[in-house]
Design a protein around this ligand. Structure first.
Ligand code: M6R
Length: 585
């Protein structure tokens, strides 16, 4: 889950890498560093914390050959020693890594026996020393060392001898492009935005070598092969906060525009018609994702099973992968991922492919691995989402799954109420200050609901946990009394989603149960719904179609989490211990 940006260009390469690295901070921000090839040899500069800590160095250094890295720590605490790049003990190679070397402990022992004592706690430094100890040219060293490494990696390596950068990858993304600044290797094509017309996704059996003005690609036998480029696509103005202090607020406030875009793009049915054949002759549907995307899967599973007469179930990718799943050619896998790069989700796609099952991606990033791997795609058109907490992308995912289910239920279904959804969503981008203060002062919060509302409860709680660091539990309202209600004390806030009309009375019973144990109840429901005077109310515009009301219901809760996080003095865009894109298992 780290970001890699490397350049062979002119003397300003450190500055250009810095600019690229800033765009990759969504992949992790525990530490940042760069290695420069200079007349004096390889120079390393690294710092704990954000990429901005490299700015002075990058803007005051010169080198044509630079590798740089922003880290999300896996092995070894996020300090300066463990920051990348690492330099080999013979000072000939420097390396940055995204991924996990699973057999690093065993390799470390072997290195120690040979007298090589790594200075960091990382698996990445071990990989570097394994490469360094191989015989031959740098290409031969890399080729032979890769056979000894288990796990996932995107490596970029400076080789002092050949004055070149080597790039290889397995289950971690790495792209290369000839840009106006030189030849660039990076974890994401956003680094090439406005600098290149085309890019190449490094293939898993390729070794890339970049030297001054030259880009060479070798196959696994080190035979040079030709390069196929893909046209660059618009990846949005990712660095622009449009006057907002935080991306997260900007992204929540973009939701009406996102809804409008989705409804208009899906209105002509072309996108959905392309995937309709995926639903022919299947026996079950499995929806897979992680975190917020998993919640979208739950939503999708419920929607699809309500219109198709087959089993539709949602699974957490990291659980599904190791659960001996039953997949046949008649199983359809739907993979939901904002980034399209989440390692656990990608791992599951491979299982489906092995069994000859059909795969469908629901994603926001169209150049991502998920789109490359799946047989079909449903784009969610949310636009670049930078805040670590997913907001507009979640709304987009569930809306797209909703539109899919409507079409599958009735191919002639005309969007009518859906056309009003964007305007209705504008009305819910607000939150009562009193509720914000109540949550800010609480050490635990419960979110409850039934049916679709129980999924919103999970998602609302996840938002609060991840950016405000308040213990929050999302729970089905009917299940509370079977144990969890023991945690309700005087003053505990309980946020109750109540958009499902047929379940309303039952949901209200849960409100009474927690209220009589001292809870402060906040009900998320349609404006005209009657609730007790002492309950707080988060009002939603009424929708005839209650699934649409439920889609709207999460928006004020996203804003609540944002306001609480900001109010407590945290940075909602960069919550601790997290990264936007989780590219390790
Ligand atoms: O890019 P993905 O949608 O695959 O990411 C999945 C999760 O890591 C992500 O939704 C995560 O849970 C968010 N930080 C939640 O806000």
């Amino acid at each position: 889950m780290c970001g890699i940006a490397c350049l062979v260009g002119n003397k300003r390469a450190p500055e250009e890498c810095y600019n690229a690295l800033e765009k990759l901070e969504y992949r992790g921000y525990d530490s940042a560093g760069m290695a420069l090839l200079t007349k004096e040899g390889i120079v390393i500069h690294k710092k704990q914390g954000r990429v901005e800590n490299l700015k002075d160095f990058a803007f005051n250094s010169s080198s044509n050959i630079v590798i740089s890295h922003t880290r999300w720590a896996t092995h070894g605490e996020p300090n300066e020693i463990n920051a990348h790049p690492h330099i080999s003990q013979n000072k000939e190679l420097a390396l940055v890594h995204n991924g996990i070397i699973e057999n690093y402990k065993e390799l470390k022992e072997k290195l120690k026996e040979k007298g090589v004592n790594p200075v960091s706690q990382t698996d990445s430094e071990i990989a570097l020393e394994i490469i360094a100890e191989e015989e031959g040219t740098v290409l031969q060293k890399v080729k032979n060392a890769l056979k000894k490494l288990k796990g996932s990696y995107a490596f970029a390596i400076i080789d002092k001898k050949t004055k070149s950068i080597i790039g290889v990858r397995k289950n971690s993304p790495l792209y290369v492009a000839k840009t106006t600044k030189g030849i660039m290797l990076a974890s994401d094509i956003i680094c090439f935005n406005s600098l290149a017309d085309e890019y190449h996704l490094v293939q898993e059996n390729e070794i890339i070598q970049i030297s001054k003005g030259k880009l060479k690609i070798f196959d696994e036998n080190l035979k040079q092969v030709s390069i196929s480029f893909t046209k660059m696509m618009d990846v949005g103005h990712i660095a622009d906060k449009m006057g907002f202090e935080y991306f997260m607020e900007k992204e929540i406030r973009e939701i009406p525009a996102v809804i409008k875009r989705i409804v208009s793009n899906y209105q002509d049915k072309k996108i959905i018609k392309e995937v309709v054949p995926f639903f022919n002759d299947i026996e079950k549907i499995v929806l897979i994702g992680c975190g917020t995307a998993y919640h979208a899967c739950m939503y999708g599973a419920k929607l699809l099973s309500s219109v198709l007469n087959i089993d539709c179930n949602a699974y957490i990718a990291s659980e599904y992968k190791y659960s001996k799943p039953i997949i046949s050619e008649k199983t359809l896998g739907i993979f939901v991922s904002q980034s399209g790069e989440t390692a656990d989700t990608l791992g599951c796609i491979n299982l489906f492919k092995e069994k000859g099952a059909k795969t469908l991606a629901v994603t926001n990033v169209l150049h991502s691995a998920i789109v490359n791997m799946c047989d079909g795609k449903l784009p969610v058109f949310a636009g670049a989402e930078i805040g670590v907490a997913s907001t507009k992308a979640y709304v987009a995912q569930i809306l797209v799954l909703y539109l899919l289910s409507k079409h599958l239920e009735n191919p002639d279904y005309e969007l009518i109420e859906e056309l009003t959804l964007a305007d209705k969503s504008k009305q819910v981008i607000k939150i009562d200050k009193e509720i914000v203060e109540l949550i800010k002062a609480s050490s635990k919060v419960f979110y409850i609901g039934r049916g679709y509302d129980s999924i919103s409860s999970l998602e609302g709680a996840l938002k609060l946990k991840e950016i405000a660091y308040i213990s929050a539990e999302g729970y089905p309202a009917g299940e509370l009394k079977h144990g969890t209600i023991a945690l309700i004390e005087k003053g505990t806030p309980v946020i109750v989603f109540a958009t499902e009309k047929k379940l309303f009375e039952k949901t209200m019973s849960a409100c009474e149960e927690v209220c009589s144990r001292g809870a402060k109840v906040i009900v998320v429901c349609a404006k005209d719904t009657k609730i007790r005077d002492e309950f707080y109310k988060i009002e939603l515009p009424s929708c005839e179609n209650e699934e649409l009301e439920s889609i709207l219901s999460i928006i004020p809760l996203q804003l609540l989490a944002f306001e609480v996080s900001k109010g407590l003095g945290y940075n909602p865009d960069k919550p601790r211990n997290l990264a936007k894109s989780v590219t390790v298992e």
